[in-house]
Design a protein around this ligand. Structure first.
Ligand SMILES: Cc1ncc(COP(=O)(O)O)c(C=O)c1O
Length: 505
């Protein structure tokens, strides 16, 4: 027998001192709620006994009201299961259509939304991002995630009776996780920080948002990479910043070009270890030039180190933050690429003198991240599962990348040229003979292949290409998926391009 869940008390109030009898007050409260559609047809109502107890009145008044509502067809009773709001409502059926009053007949009044919010509508994700499909660029190898280990750790913390697990969490996050992250970043990324400078947030997107809110005033010019990650553009649009696209070449962001375009920008948002989407690594001289510019002009550098764990050949490149001698860099990392996207945990490392302002901005936004996952993740790292998982999926991703590069060589070498470093969970391929990358991406999405067009990452002068994720696609499925892409490419018109493109490696 299915037991219906306990019903919430309806939002009705009775007034004992009113001249209207109690049964009438209850009757009217239900009738109005039903006519105004605050209750759905078929919705269960509480028993007369529990409603009387809830309202602290005699059951006789409630019985009287329910009888009336049943008699008029607002309620119906189902023997053995209780009383329900009628599926077909009498007033609805009987009420004549009223002529619109002069007030409602007037032109609808405007329904304004913020211009910054409206501006996001032009960047709505295309069909290539929907669902989980071969080549989705943001998918890690979740098929290798140790779900059994993770679920045991989560369950252990979910059962905890420690009140700290249930109280408000600190805006920066759980100390145990901040310590684990600071230690990891020091060793793996040459980041120089104390746990006090670490903020645990909801993935790198919230980190970008928090940095933009804390550092940028409306109208401030801000360098963004051209091409860049859409999430950076979103965060800056919401902050009211004025993005200044700065070209990226084979050495990363062209700092001289940035200075030429806007020397006094408030900040630069960059992905130096594996530029999104071109996949290049920022050279040492550019790093120093960028830091020098930031120090000279009083600008901030926001370093998005979103997929630094995935480097396959040469040694990992240290972070920009680790080179910074003037505390100009805000470092961002995420667990969504290395563990699984739905975990929505990322982090920032902020200069010590910015901790206070970031803390207060955090209090003004989402306050803190859920404690349960933070505690579980701290243990997952401390017990060594994180390091083991990184080692395992680095190999997996490397195999998947090799399979993808080889398959492109077999099936599409006349159409695509792979650019960027041997790193990451995706690669970018320039289209050699066609420009309509959006059209190709839309057609590929119909074949259930998720390849975003490269041109969508450009603000000013788009270069056509495709972004192919391999992190989430098993090596043995890659050949067929690449072959499946050919018809979508061939359906686009041929066009010989003459342009300087990033050097392939
Ligand atoms: C450059 C870049 N930064 C950040 C992210 C997103 O990370 P998160 O899921 O942590 O918000 C992505 C995801 O695709 C990315 O490509």
């Amino acid at each position: 027998v299915r037991v219906a869940p306990a019903l919430l008390a309806p939002a009705i109030a009775v007034d004992r001192r009113s001249a209207t009898p109690l049964y009438r007050q209850i009757y009217e409260a239900y009738r109005n709620a039903i006519v105004e559609r605050r209750f759905r047809g078929g919705q269960r109502v509480p028993s007369t006994r529990s409603l009387a107890a809830e309202l602290g009145i005699s059951r006789i008044a409630v019985l009287g009201a329910f009888e009336q509502l049943l008699a008029e067809g607002y309620f119906e009773s189902r023997p053995g299961s209780g009383t329900f709001v009628a599926a077909a409502l009498p007033d609805d059926l009987l009420r004549p259509r009223r002529a619109p009053s002069p007030q409602t007949a007037r032109r609808p009044s405007p329904r304004p939304v913020a211009a910054r919010a409206e501006a996001l509508l032009s960047d709505e994700p295309g069909p290539w991002y929907r669902g989980s499909r071969p080549f989705h660029p943001a998918e890690p190898p979740i098929d290798h995630f140790p779900v059994d280990v993770w679920s045991k750790i989560v369950a252990r913390h979910a059962r905890s009776t420690d009140p700290r697990m249930l109280h408000h969490a600190a805006p920066r996050g759980l100390p145990a996780l901040r310590e684990a992250i600071a230690e990891y970043l020091g060793a793996a990324r040459a980041v120089r920080c104390e746990p006090d400078q670490v903020f645990i947030v909801g993935g790198s997107q919230s980190a970008l948002d928090l940095a933009a809110r804390a550092l940028i005033d409306p109208g401030n010019p801000v360098w963004i990479e051209e091409p860049s990650y859409l999430g950076v553009r979103r965060a800056l649009t919401l902050a009211g910043a004025r993005p200044v696209p700065v070209p990226v070449d084979e050495e990363g962001l062209d700092v001289t070009a940035g200075i030429g375009r806007c020397a006094n920008a408030r900040a630069a948002f960059v992905s130096p270890s594996h530029q999104y989407p071109l996949g290049v690594t920022m050279s040492a001289s550019r790093r120093l030039q960028l830091l020098d510019w930031a120090q000279t002009c009083g600008a901030w550098v926001i370093e998005d180190d979103y997929d630094s764990e995935y480097r396959f050949r040469n040694l990992p490149i240290g972070s920009l933050q680790g080179l910074d001698r003037h505390s100009r860099v805000i470092y961002i990392g995420t667990f969504t690429k290395i563990l699984f996207p739905a975990i929505r945990i990322g982090y920032l490392v902020v200069p010590a003198d910015l901790v206070r302002v970031f803390t207060e901005v955090r209090r003004g936004t989402d306050m803190s991240s859920p404690t349960l996952y933070q505690a579980a993740l701290a243990d997952f790292i401390r017990e060594g599962h994180f390091a083991r998982h990184i080692r395992r999926i680095r190999l997996v991703c490397r195999q998947r990348r090799t399979a993808l590069v080889e398959a492109i060589g077999r099936h599409l070498s006349d159409e695509l040229r792979v650019v960027g470093d041997d790193a990451g969970m995706y690669l970018t391929a320039l289209l050699l003979r066609r420009t309509a990358d959006r059209e190709i991406a839309e057609r590929a999405a119909e074949q259930d292949l998720g390849v975003p067009p490269l041109s969508a990452c450009y603000a000013e002068s788009p270069v056509p290409g495709l972004i192919l994720g391999y992190g989430g696609t098993p090596a043995e499925e890659i050949d067929a998926a690449v072959a499946g892409l050919r018809p979508a490419i061939e359906a686009a018109p041929l066009h010989r391009l003459r342009r300087a493109a990033p050097r392939s490696r």
